[in-house]
Design a protein around this ligand. Sequence first.
Ligand code: GRF
Length: 207
Amino acid sequence: MKKLRVGVLASGRGSNLQAIIGQCESGDIPATVAVVVSDKGDAFALERARNHSIPAVHIHPAYYSGREEYEGRIVLEMQEYGVDLICLAGYMLLVGKTLLEAFPGRIMNIHPALLPSFKGFHAQGQAVAYGVKLSGCTVHFVDEGMDTGPIILQAAVPVYPDDLEDDLSARILEQEHIIYPRAVRLYAEGRLRVDGRKVFVLRDGKE
Ligand code: GRF
């Protein structure tokens, strides 16, 4: 069977990318990371890709007339590498119509909170400031909203009264590295079925 080809969009450190690469290389995920694209030339994610001989491409948004043209370039790059699924991994820009229409239902993201709580930036800081006792992370399909698409997997972690944003971020990140590769694996195995807002995980062909 042809292996699923994953394209990763990242803006920074790339630890989730690393987790996905690791499980693709070990054979736990029946997929290949085909290309890594970043809007930031100095993103460590690009370095991580090169370390694994994965094509690493910098596409600078400022070189394009607007989001449509910029995303059009990303689409071309993803198509060039035969990408089936796009994973956003710390990608700091909102995904627009051009990417969504080129990859309908085929873009995933990880967010460091239990959605629909604490959308947007500094989700871990928002959770600490709000005083919640539990937070976590969410892998979801991407739609036109910010952190609003159908939820695939979530993991919860405790939030302690003396936590700082960094403490909670580190606790959540450990879980991100577990559930993001797991979600990619389920997708690669054809075990995700989306019905409206709900994502069903199929077991042995059944729900
Ligand atoms: C993660 O916390 C992820 O949830 C958020 O951005 C961060 C990316 O970290 N979307 P990394 O680049 O994968 O290390």
